[in-house]
Design a protein around this ligand. Structure first.
Ligand SMILES: [Zn+2]
Length: 86
């Protein structure tokens, strides 16, 4: 799969300290001074990926709340969030 290949290439590149320094640490600074249209700027786009990878914002597990409901025999059982039918 192309996406798997691309993902492994990005992970390998961003494990390099030089990549991390240039795109993750200096990315915010670049955003402020960049004069190009962001979708056309290679540095902006790689900085977005780097900041996304290193911020930890996308690796937070979502907490779901379970509620207790009465089961068929009257005992309390945990019920998770309902999944919408498609
Ligand atoms: Zn830029």
């Amino acid at each position: 799969m192309l996406s798997t290949y691309l993902s492994s290439v990005l992970q390998a590149l961003f494990s390099l300290d030089e990549f991390k320094e240039r795109y993750a640490k200096e990315g915010e600074e670049h955003f402020e001074k960049c004069q190009e249209f962001p979708p056309d700027c290679f540095h902006c786009q790689l900085s977005k990926v780097a900041i996304g990878l290193w911020s930890g914002k996308h690796s937070v597990k979502k907490e779901t709340k379970l509620k207790l409901v009465k089961g068929p025999d009257g005992e309390l059982v945990e019920q998770g969030p309902q999944v919408a039918n498609q």
